[in-house]
Ligand binder design. Structure first.
Ligand SMILES: [Zn+2]
Length: 316
């Protein structure tokens, strides 16, 4: 038997066949049909049929189906309440997929949860029971593993570590609160600070790196300039690591996790990120011990693998 996983994103839908051990065997990807959930479900069916045909398998070989979605899902796991990137609001996605495959169990989860789950299977969380994934992208996503299982909140509403308060007088967050981890530790914060510096110093390294085109400044621009020894970029990145270490230390004080993995674009910054981050977390955390803070392993495949393993993990 095999697991079928879908990862629905605002840019692409990805589908994959995953072994019982959580190994991704085959995958495909298609552009997401904007704002249209029935076109999305129809495309999912086409993609699955193509994968099964290529693998010389049939629907009777599929043990279960998992769907990862970038948004909030009702506690019963049936309805996508809000997925802003997809334009989905109150979409009964699980029922729509189940109508296509009436004999196969379908499970749905938030994509950050799925990504955390994927790391249990040959990734950064292999053999671990308590682990945290933070995805440092445009926003900050988080997935939590407790007791070797995905933890989706005590009432099933989810785990929103990205909205933990770091500065209660800080910038307004999309959630309605202020100074959330997401407002200070996302790639967007690095972009904002990078642009501010480039505007203030048009002859500086950051402005020079993009030929004065402010809109081209990315988180990677700041990281690259910091790595090359530019003092202004290094100061911005140091402040970023300071905020991130504060957030991770606060979580570590509550959970004492065996491992913390970082995903998303900023997680690729390498040693300039991990060495100072481990040191700062160690200084801040109550236990004054070093935490294992590592890059996530599965990257763009995490959503598919995690989605495919949802039902298996929930039965553990
Ligand atoms: Zn928030």
């Amino acid at each position: 038997m095999i697991h079928l996983g879908f990862d629905i994103g605002g840019t692409n839908i990805k589908a994959g066949l995953v072994s019982c051990e959580g190994r991704l065997l085959m995958k495909n990807s298609r552009p997401f049909p904007k704002q249209d959930d029935s076109a999305c479900v129809a495309l999912m069916e086409t993609m699955a049929a193509q994968l099964l045909k290529e693998a010389d398998l049939s629907l009777s070989d599929v043990a279960d189906i998992g769907v990862a979605v970038p948004g909030s899902i009702d506690p019963a796991g049936e309805v996508v309440l809000h997925a802003y990137n997809l334009g989905f609001h109150n979409v009964h996605l699980k029922a729509a997929v189940s109508r296509l495959y009436p004999d196969i169990p379908v499970t749905m989860a938030n994509d950050a949860n799925a990504a955390a789950l994927a790391e249990l299977y040959g990734g950064a969380f292999s053999g671990k029971k308590t682990a945290l994934l933070l995805t440092l992208g445009t926003g900050v996503g988080a997935g939590l593993i407790l007791g070797g299982k995905m933890f989706n909140g005590g009432r099933g509403n989810g785990v929103e570590i990205g909205h933990m308060t770091l500065d209660y007088r800080g910038a307004q967050c999309s959630c309605g609160s202020r100074g959330c981890l997401e407002t200070l530790c996302s790639a967007a914060w690095l972009v904002q600070q990078g642009r501010r510096e480039a505007q203030a110093n048009p002859r500086g390294a950051i402005a020079g790196c993009v030929g004065g085109r402010m809109e081209s400044i990315s988180a990677k621009t700041v990281v690259d300039c910091a790595r090359r020894g530019d003092a202004k970029a290094a100061a911005i990145f140091d402040q970023y690591v300071e905020y991130l270490s504060q957030g991770i230390a606060s979580i570590a004080n509550i959970l004492d996790p065996e491992v913390i993995a970082l995903g998303g674009g900023v997680s690729l910054a390498g040693d300039i990120l991990y060495s100072p981050l481990r040191q700062k977390v160690k200084e801040k955390v109550f236990f004054k011990c070093e935490y294992q803070i590592v890059p996530a392993v599965w990257g763009n495949d995490a959503g598919i693998i995690g989605a495919a393993m949802l039902l298996g993990n929930s039965k553990k």
